[in-house]
Design a protein. Sequence first.
Length: 756
Amino acid sequence: MAHRESGRDPARLWYNAGVRPLLPGFQSAQDEAPSTIDGVLERFVYQGGDDGFAVARFRADGSAEPTNVVGSLGGLHEGERVRLIGRPAHSAKHGAQFRVEAGYPLLPHTASGIRAYLAGGRVPGIGPGLAERLVARFGADTLRVIEHEPDRLAEVGGIGPVRSQQLQAAFIEGRGQRETLVFLATYQVPPGVAVRVFKRYGDRTIAVVRENPYRLAEEVSGVGFLTADRIARAIGFPADHPARAGAAVWHALNEASDDGHVLLPRSRLLERARALLDGAPGAPVDAVLERLVAEGRVVQDGALPTQDEPAMYLKRLHDAEVEAALRVADLLRSPVLPLDGDAARAFERDTGMELAPAQREAIQAAARASVFVLTGGPGTGKTTIVKALVHLVEARDAQVLLAAPTGRAARRLSEATGRPARTLHRLLEYSPQENNFGRSDANPLECACVIVDEASMIDLQLFVALLRAVPLGARLVFVGDADQLPSVGAGNVLADLLASGRAPSVRLTEIFRQARESRIVTNAHRVLHGEVPLASDAEAPSADFFMVTAESSETALDLVGQLVERRIPGRFGLDPLADIQVLVPMHKGACGAQKLNEALQARLNPSGEAFVRGGRTLRVGDKVMQIRNDYEREVFNGDIGRIEARTEKVVTVRFEDRRVDFEGEAIDALVLAYACTVHKSQGSEYPAVVVPVLTEHWIMLQRNLLYTAMTRGKRLVVLVGQRRAVERAVQNDRRQARFTALAARLQAEIPPGSGR
C-alpha cells in the first residue's frame, strides 16, 4: 500500500504519527490508534452541512465489494483515489462502516484513474476533453510528463509552449496543496478545513503550523481553538505554553462576538479562556491577557459606568462602539431640514388620511429630531409613519433614501412606499473586492433624510458604516420591532438606542381595526404579553392561525411534510414552493432545518437532476437561499429562488423575475431553503409559514424567537408541535443578554434632551 507523492512516502508519515494502514478485513477497536485505508471514492450517498459531513460508497484497494464511509469528506470528489483516516465501526441500521476523521486525494497510477483525476478539475486548465487527449497520448505516464517534461505536451494538439508551462505550474502548485493535506490529515484536520489553511498560507503552511499552530485559530476561518490545540499537543507544545493561553483568550473573545457580544467582563473572559485550557496547571492566562492588551489587540476599558469590572474588547469592536456613540452625538447636535410646523396635520391635509393620536405623536417627534427611532409590533401603523415622513421631506423638494439590511426587506419597503429602496450594503456602495464601503464621511450620501427599516437586524459594525455615510444635517430614522430577535452580528443597536434614552423615540402599541381581524396579529401581541396563542376557528373562512399537535419530532417531521405538500395547498390554494416557508428554531436535530430540508426535498422535488456542491446535494427544481451578499450578481443574503438549470460549470437560479448564473465558488452560497432557521428569516415575509415548536428545541425556545417566527407570516401561520414547547417559548422572556456598552456610551456622550 505504499504510495509515493513527489518523492515522499505517505505510509511513512502514518507510521511516524502512530497510525497503521488498514488492510481489507482489518478491524480496530475504538480505543486504538486511527487507521488508514486507500481506494476509490465511488459515489456519494449523502452530502450535507457546512462541515462537509457525507456518506459515501468506497472501494478499498484489494477489496471486491465497496463499503460505506461516513464523516468529513469535504474537498474530495467522486471517482477520486483517496486516503482516508479513521476507525471501523458498526451501525445497527447500516451495518459495517468506516468513520472518517480526515482524508486527502492520492495521485492515481493507472491511465483510467489519471483520466478521471484530470477530468475532475484538479489541475486548472485541464477539463474532460484535454484529459482524454493527454491520457490517450501518454497513458499512465501522463502526470510525470506534465511535471517533469512539459515540453512534450506539445505533442497533443492545441498545446503550445506557453500553455505547457502554465499546466506544469498549475500541477506543481497542486502538489504543494496535496503535501499540505497529507501533513494536516496526520492531525485529523478535515479536508475542507485543510484547503482553507493552504489558501491562507500557501507553501509556507507546514512551516507556519510547526512554528505556532495556534495561529490557525486566529487567522483561518473554520479552524477553532480545539483543532489548533489538538495539532499543537501532537507536535509537542506543552499545556502551559503562552501561545496556547493566548489562543484561548483570543478564541473566547471571538466566540463571544459570534454569539452577539461586543465585549466581555474581564472575569467572564478569563473564565471562558480557562475552560478552554481545561485547567492546565500554570496556564498564564492573566499574564497573556495583559500582553494582548499591551500589544493593542485586546482593549481593556475600565471607564464604563455600567460595568463593575473592566470590559474586554476585540480592538475592532471597541473602536466601532466608541465611534458609533460619537457619531450619533454629532448627528443629534446638528440641525436638520425643518418640516411643516404641524407635520402630522399637513400629512392628513395633503393625503386625506386620518391618523391615530400615537401616529400623530410619532410624526411630530420625527419632524423635530435629527435621529429618531420608531418601534412597534405588527398592525400598529409603522408603515404609515414612513409614508408620512417620505411625503413631508419630498414636499420640501428634498431627497429621501430608503434602505433595509436585506434584499427582501428592501423590496417590501419599496412596495409599501412606492419609492426605490436598497440594501444597506448597496446604499453604502460596498465593494467585496476591497472589503470596504464607497460611502463614508469623505464621500457622504446626498440626501436630507435616510430611513432604515428592519433596524433590529443592524449589527454594530454595519451601524458605524451607516453613520459614517450620513452627512451632518441629514435626518436619520430607524424603524423596527424591538421585540424581534437581535442582529446576527455583534451588537444590539436598536435596543441600545432605545435604552439610552438619548435618541427621540416612539413605540406604537395600538393595533388597528383591520389588523385586529387577523389572528396572526392578535396572537403575536398575546405572545408579547406572555399569553399562549389561540388557534383560529378551523371552519372559519378567515382562519389564518392553526396549531397542530405532534408529540414527537418524527411525527412533526411527517406532519410538516404533509402540510406543505398537500394540506395547505389543498385548502388555501398556495404554492408549496413559492408561498409556504418552514421556519424552525434550530439547524440541527431530528426536526431541525437540515432534516426538514432533506424530507421536503424528497417530497417536493424527488426527481430533479441531482448534483453535489459545497457539501450539499442539490437538484434542478430545488428551492434555494443565497446565504452571502453577492454584489456582482445582485443577489443578497436571504434571497430565495429556484434552480432552473445546471450545466457542468453553471447553475442557473430564478429569483422572482430574473435568472442568475452561478459559477465556481459562488455556487457554494446556495443552500436548500424549503426550511430555514427563524434567524435566517429576519427581514422577510411569506404568504404562509409553518413553524415546528418542539421540546427538542428547548434551548432555543424564547418568546422573541416565537414572536419573530409568527410575524413572518402574512396570510397563514401554522405551529406544529407540543403545547408544552409553545408554553416554554411564551414563558421564557429571559432573552440572552448581550454584553454591549453602546447605551452607556450614548448616555455619557449626549446630554439629556439633546436633539429633541
